[in-house]
Design a protein around this ligand. Structure first.
Ligand code: GLN
Length: 289
């Protein structure tokens, strides 16, 4: 069987799954699987469509295609997801990094740049770091101007984030196990960022697409999704330097509720920023007390 023939039959099989999985793209996903196994680029596969697949390649492709047919996310099948141009290892212990969260990184960098004048290293905390995506993206941009800590309650996530750090050889970021602020007593930061779980346990989207395979601990929070956002807003002042900023990703319908929580907890002027889909996605506020 040649590349072209394999792609055609894989696309046919994936089309059946795509009927009820709106996130599945049969052509693109089949191509990515073939790229992964043949270690060839998309353009090479296109150019050499008549190249025969070896028996070994066919054997490797079979289970990978089956997993995608069953709806498993591409990121888990390939073991990797790109975030902020960094190739990150992923596992079923963590959320798969989303493009929406790159917006949080952009806003965190704006806030970081406003605070770099003093010449002192910025201290940054990423709560619920998962793969380490946000912490590592900030580390890649800020280099020696920042010292970054990423924490996660799940030891498997901490291990994964640390592996990602080592592969990227970043020395300005550390990962440690902590249930939110629990292991950070007496530490203070200039910026705290988080993409916490914020989905309501009854949200119907939890039964569609990639999220079905992701850990609920990374997705779902109590009180209709707001419990962890609230906990962070209430506790962050204890860990922020004066004029430090907290930036939180949240659901597109949660912005007003999040701003109200900030106000009830004496934060100044919470502001919400949209993602590139035009949805409310990140709310930030400064602690001036
Ligand atoms: N934005 C993600 C989604 O809707 C959820 C991420 C999260 O809960 N932090 O799938």
């Amino acid at each position: 069987m040649n590349y072209q023939q394999w792609l055609q039959q894989a696309e046919q099989q994936l089309k059946k799954t795509a009927e009820y999985d709106p996130y599945l793209n049969p052509k693109a996903d089949a191509n990515l699987l073939l790229q992964a196994v043949t270690k060839r680029s998309k353009s090479a596969i296109f150019a050499f469509g008549e190249m025969s697949l070896t028996d070994q390649e066919l054997e490797l492709l079979k289970p990978l295609l089956m997993r995608r047919v069953q709806g498993e996310p591409m990121a888990y099948i390939l073991g990797e997801k790109e975030f902020w141009s960094l190739p990150l290892a992923v596992s079923t212990a963590t959320l798969i990094p989303r493009p929406d969260t790159e917006r949080l990184v952009e806003i965190a960098l704006e806030e970081a740049n406003k605070r770099l004048d003093s010449g002192k290293k910025l201290r940054i905390l990423d709560l619920g770091t998962g793969t380490g995506a946000i912490a590592l993206a900030l580390a890649s941009e800020l280099q020696e101007r920042a010292e970054i800590i990423g924490v996660d309650k799940q030891p498997e996530a901490v291990e994964l984030a640390e592996n990602n750090r080592q592969k990227l050889a970043f020395s300005n970021v550390n990962f440690l196990q902590s249930d939110w602020f629990d292991s950070l007593k007496n530490q203070s930061f200039d910026l705290i960022v988080s993409n916490p779980p914020y989905i309501d346990e009854n949200d119907e989207n939890l039964s569609q697409g990639d999220v079905r395979f992701e850990p609920l601990t990374a997705l779902v929070a109590g009180q209709n999704g707001i419990a962890d956002l609230q906990k962070i807003i209430e506790n962050a002042p204890l860990y922020l330097n004066k004029n430090g900023v907290l930036l939180l990703e949240h659901g597109w319908k949660q912005a007003e509720q999040v701003r109200n929580l900030f106000k009830q907890n004496q934060w100044d002027n919470p502001e919400t920023v949209q993602d590139y889909g035009g949805n409310d996605r990140v709310t930030k506020a400064v602690w001036t007390k």
